[in-house]
Design a protein around this ligand. Structure first.
Ligand code: SF4
Length: 431
């Protein structure tokens, strides 16, 4: 059958969708890039926060309409939203032919008349980038951040064995990957469930010794309370591990960090970033902040702005707190009004915008390797990313002065000529 998979949510969910795609292809099904070409439509859902839940339900109803219009033979809903609200959804949308929890792909295979086989196998989704792939090394989380529903949805930490990760990484490189973005709910906890301590450094050693030298390894989702000087030095010394660190801080005031159960104080947090800059001033530091956590007063928020000014991140994503059922913060007193949350979000992003620009301007005149992701033949320019830009969440490098032979997937030396808060402009350095 022709199958269309819509992968919603985070990078980890995209890997789950690719594993589902691999199993379906192994059973002889064909993956198509557009629902209009499909017999079966499947949504791999996200369910970790209310806005995502609403977006996903809208997508399910769209798929249901396509079936009711006779344009799809079967529809299936799988993944995190089913983990969280499956029983209710099954009553509300009875026209869905099959449902499955995350990674329970055997159910999908059987619903489509196949027999599930042992062994993990991934297939690229038509919408996946060939040159930049996600490498999921663990699922679930043993932390208990007060605002987060993920442990309720995906359970406790489950790390994949090092050799399985290395095999998968080598397979992705064979399929054309130039960059591997290593993901988990909390990468620093990798291996804690089978080694009692983090095995992230061992994993990086195994990846660097088993992959071709020109493959980029990028780390995403590091919990700050477990980012040690040893880990920072290992990343900085990496032959292929990019000097890029995604470390969500969530807040910059100890009282709120404590209420969030983040397990770190604002001073200890700042020490992580000071150490990072001390070890490598070029480290590209990305973070995530949350405003409007219950009990957050103006004084706490001012402290967070101060923290952001001191830490000088290259990239920052920021969100307003959202009360999630089943989390500690849902019942907490001192819920902040939407108006105040949105005003603080704007203020915080304005503080960061200036810092991002200053950090970008430091790279004008520098020559950086850029992974080319799109070539605009007509207009003689290309777009790509350097070590400083992660896929999907950060900006791009616009590359000018490109030569005729340049192709997507190439890594070329680019001299940076201009900087914006999120994007850079540069020109190819003649070989
Ligand atoms: S580290 Fe915290 S925020 Fe991240 S998945 Fe775990 S509980 Fe959620």
């Amino acid at each position: 059958m022709k199958i269309y998979i819509l992968s919603l949510g985070c990078a980890k969910n995209r890997v789950d969708s690719e594993c589902l795609a691999g199993e379906l292809r192994r059973c002889g099904h064909e993956l198509v890039d557009d629902v209009s070409k499909a017999d079966v439509g499947i949504i791999n859902t996200c369910g970790f926060i209310r806005p995502a839940v609403e977006e996903n339900i809208a997508e399910i109803l769209d798929l249901e309409q396509l079936k009711l219009d006779g344009r799809l033979k079967k529809i299936g809903v799988v993944g995190c939203l089913v983990n969280r609200y499956g029983a209710d959804l099954m009553k509300e949308v009875p026209s869905v032919d099959f449902w499955a929890n995350s990674e329970d792909w055997g159910k999908v295979i059987e619903a489509l008349g196949g027999r599930s086989r042992a062994g993990r196998c991934r297939a690229m989704l038509p919408s996946s980038s060939k040159f930049s792939r996600y490498l999921k090394v663990s699922e679930g989380c043993d932390n208990r951040c007060a605002y987060c529903a993920i442990p309720n949805i995906r359970g406790g930490l489950k790390s994949l064995p090092v050799d399985m990760v290395v095999n998968e990484a080598q397979q992705l490189v064979v399929e054309g990957a130039r960059e591997l973005c290593v993901v988990g709910q909390d990468l620093t906890a990798y291996g804690m469930d089978f080694g009692g301590r983090s095995k992230l450094v061992e994993l990086l050693d195994a990846l660097e010794t088993s992959l071709p030298r020109d493959i980029w390894i990028r780390l995403l989702y590091l919990h700050p309370s477990c980012v040690t000087r040893k880990l920072l030095e290992r990343v900085a010394a990496g032959r292929q591990v990019l000097p890029y660190l995604d470390i969500p801080v969530q807040h910059g005031d100890s009282r709120i960090l404590h209420a969030m159960n983040r397990g770190i104080s604002d001073e200890e947090l700042l020490a992580v970033f000071t150490a990072a800059r001390d070890i490598d001033p070029d480290f590209a530091l990305r973070t995530t902040c949350m405003v409007g956590f219950p009990g957050e007063k103006k004084t706490h928020f001012d402290k967070m702005k101060d923290f952001v000014r001191k830490a000088r991140f290259d990239r920052m994503g920021a969100f307003t707190f959202f009360p999630e059922e089943g989390t500690k913060a849902y019942e907490m007193a001192g819920q902040v009004s939407e108006a105040i949350k949105n005003k603080r979000l704007e203020e915080l992003m304005a503080v960061q915008e200036e810092i991002s620009l200053e950090r970008q301007q430091l790279f004008i005149g520098r020559e950086l390797d850029v992974l080319i992701e799109r070539v605009e033949r007509g207009d003689e320019f290309a777009e790509g990313r350097s070590f400083r830009e992660a896929p999907e969440v950060d900006g791009l490098v616009e590359v000018r002065n490109i030569n005729k032979g340049l192709s997507e997937g190439d890594i070329v030396k680019v001299r940076m000529t201009d900087a914006m808060p999120h994007d850079m402009v540069g020109e190819v350095v003649a070989e």
